[in-house]
Each structure stands twice: as structure tokens, then as C-alpha cells.
Design a protein around this ligand. Sequence first.
Ligand code: MSP
Length: 506
Amino acid sequence: MLKPRYYITSAIAYPNGRPHMGHAYEAIATDVIARFKRLDGFDVRFLTGTDEHGLKIDQAARAAGMPPKAYVDEMVAPFRELDEALGISFDRFIRTTDTDHKALVQALWQRMAAAGDLYLGRYEGWYSVRDEAYCDEGELVTGEDGGKLSPQGTPVEWTVEESWFFKLSTYQDRLLALFDSQPDFIQPTSRFNEMRAFVAGGLSDLSVSRTSFSWGIPVPGDERHVMYVWLDALANYLTGAGGLDGEWWPADLHVVGKDVVRFHTVYWPAFLMSAGIALPKSVFGHGFVLNRGEKMSKSVGNVVDPAAMVERFGVDRLRWFLCREVAFGEDGSYSDEAIVERTNADLANGIGNLAQRSLSMVAKNLGGVMPVRGEAGETELRLKAAFMTGSEAYFAAMNALALHKALDAIMGLVAAANGYFAENVPWALAKTDTARMAEVLAATLDAARRIVILAQPFMLASTAQLLDQLGVATEARDFNGFNTPVAAGVRLPAPAGVFPRITLDG
Ligand code: MSP
């Protein structure tokens, strides 16, 4: 049977510095969704990469005394390495300097021009290089020193130059109709409301080319201009789908941070409407991760290197922590203390303990052979009911992209399974009734198996090791295998702890 398709993308990062925790967080969250969909039987395409043109990169390259292409070639390496360290299962790492992308963006431009939506004019207004965004006077805020800042709090400069414009203003009604007919186009709801209000307030035409620098994709037919970096960047999703009529288009989900929701839910659908291309099905705007509640910045000196966090805590702990602690869609905070506390509680004491206690009893008392399950008694029926409700809650949460709620559901299952084990005192039964002990162990191991199967999108090597120890065949690890217990008689490998407790001082 043909698998249904699922095309998911993350934002593409500016490689004008080293990747930070915000980049790691987005990559992890997107990867969790991609892995969930694969386990759920979808043929998934996952696109990520880097956004390499524009004034911001041009300036950074100048500051580094390098030609821009040589600069990005060097700067992209730590982004790729971070993806590798985090176990990001992308299908393509796109760079907007890739040749196929350049051709695609020019073809997209030509379609928008053919639709009569582009005209030559002159931009006079504010521009934030840091955000690569044009800002209306009305949205500017005043900084501590009285200077003007973009709504994101970044410096703006007055810019005057010849520019091609896109007739964004004519798309207001179509965008409102889109939002109203498809409320899950923008998730979560808070971001939907914000964007709807923004569009309802009226739209100005958008400057989509620049003439004051040349680091970008040339405008076809008017090579004095390079395209506005956001038009170039957003089109990466089409390049990654296989082209303007790409076989993977439309995307099912764009995962992006809250600061770039406007580009993805207002400009992007309008460009696509203009070019006569189908729209992505939805955009999820996640929140920001903060270091102890504070925004990371070079000037505050609290920028944390995610690669160092992986080294220190291990990738699975970091993935688990970020998805559990930060409600997906909202801002959240991390600190070393919180990571230690949370992962000791959930992983060492929770999942790890459940697996270790039952597996070591099987090794010690039953020769390491999977025991036979008994007739379900009262405690088994209760456990079964808890698993019915809990796994339904998990799937509902994952399908609604409430990653943190899915992890709540998993921890509910862990509590139910550990409760079942404690209630049935198998260590006491070892002396009085080994047949019943074996039944209790079989039921506990099966509960652990289900929990670990559901935890797989979040954790990589540790879930694989646990499933090995639980005797689960490789082909029985996706959600199809969820209801297939390991057969009695299967010989289990010697158990070994997968989640040792960690301390702050390492
Ligand atoms: N290049 C643009 C995106 C173009 S997508 C067609 C960009 N790059 S970025 O490097 O600044 O940010 C990349 C992603 O990381 C964005 O989705 C952004 O919201 C996200 N984050 C940046 N800082 C973040 C945090 N502190 N926390 C969580 N995500 C954050 O924007």
C-alpha cells in the first residue's frame, strides 16, 4: 500500500554566527514531529538548511574580511555538525546558495511578474538588517537610549533606494479568507489571532529587491537588483519539494519561531497565490527558549553552545528536556539545574527504573527469558485501562503538535506501570509464588515496551537500547507494532542501565 506523504520543514538559519540553543530547539522539535510521522506510517520528507544571502550575511562577511560565498561555506559547517550531534533526520540540508535554488527563485519571480504583481518604485523607510525586515514607522519602538528599534528590538536604519515592489496590498481579502476558512493554517491560536489582526489592519506593498548591495539572487531581466532575502529564503521550501511543481508540494507543516511567523503566514502565502502555487497546509510558530528566563545575547554573555550541552548531558537528555519543559508554542527556559533535575526524575527514576527493575528480575529469577503473560486480574485490568487512555492522549497530543502534552501522557503511563509493579510486589513473590511473579514481570515489561515505543520520536540511542533489552524486534518498533507483545520464550540480552542519574558537577 502506498504510504501517505508528509512534507515538513524547519526555518533555515542565518549562518552569521555559531548556532545557538534556539536553533537546536527548533531542529529538535521539527525532528520529533518528523520521526513521529514516520513511526505512524507516513512517507516523510524533512527539509532544513541555511539562509545565506542578504545584507546581514554580506555585512558579517565583510566584518570577517571574507568574500560572502567563502564566508558562508565556512560558517555552515557548525550548523551541519549540530544537526548531526542532535540526530536530526533531515532528507535535505538546503543552502540558498545551491544552484537549483537560484534557478527556482528566478522562475518564481517570473511567475509573480507575469501575474502583474511586481512594479518598479523607490523604497524610503526603515530597515532592520538583523531581522532583514522593512518596518513601518508606526511599529517602531523606542530603545533605552531613545533610538528607534524594530518591533523585535533590533536597530533600524533609514533606507532609500530603487526597488521592485510586490502588490501585497491587493492580497488582504484573499489572506483573510484563507485564515477564516482554514483556522489551523496558523498555529497555535494566539499567533493566528495576532496575524489575522495584522492583516485586517491593512497591508502595504512590499519591497522585494535591493540595489545597494549585490549579495543575493539577481532579479531576472534587471540585474542591478538582487532579490529581497526573504523572498529568496521562503522559496527554499519549494526547491526542497522538487521545484515549482515539485512532487512534495504543498508542505504539510512549516515549523518556525514566533519572530518569523509574519513572513511565513502573510508574505509567503501571498507570493504563492500570485504565482498560482498551492499553499502550505499549516505553519506552527513555536516560542523562544531562554537562558534562565533571559534572552540569549552576545552582549549579556549568556549564549550557550548547544554542542557543549550535548557533550555534557547527552543528546537524548537534551531532546527530552527541551520538549518536556517548554510547552510547544510558548516560551520556555533552560538551566543546568533544571536539566539535571528533570532528566533524573523522568528518565533515571521513571522510565529507566521501570525497565531496569523488571529486566534485572527477569535476568536473575527467570534466566533472562521473556515470561508468559497470565490471565488479567484486577490490577492488570486497571493497568490496561490506564494505557488505553494514556496512549490515546499521547496520539491526540502529537497530532495536535502539543509535544509537551504527549510527554505528560508518557509520564502518566510510567507512573501507572511503576504503580502496578509496586502494588504487586514481585520481589516478595519471588519467594512465595514465582508463577505469579513471572506474570507480573511479563505485564511490566510489556508496559515498558509500549512506553519506549512512544518515546522514540524524542530519544534516539537510549530508546533503541531499551527496545533491544526488551527483546523487541526491529520491525515491531513502529506504531503498527504497538499492540504486539514480545512472545514468551524470547531470550533477552543482559540488562544494563540506560539512564544513569547525573549530577550538576558532572
Ligand atoms: N533565516 C531566517 C529564517 C528564514 S525561513 C525561510 C531566520 N534565521 S535565524 O537564524 O534568525 O532563526 C532561525 C530559526 O530559529 C527561526 O525560526 C527563529 O525563530 C528560531 N529562533 C531563533 N532564536 C530562537 C530562540 N531563542 N528560541 C527558539 N527559536 C529561536 O530567522
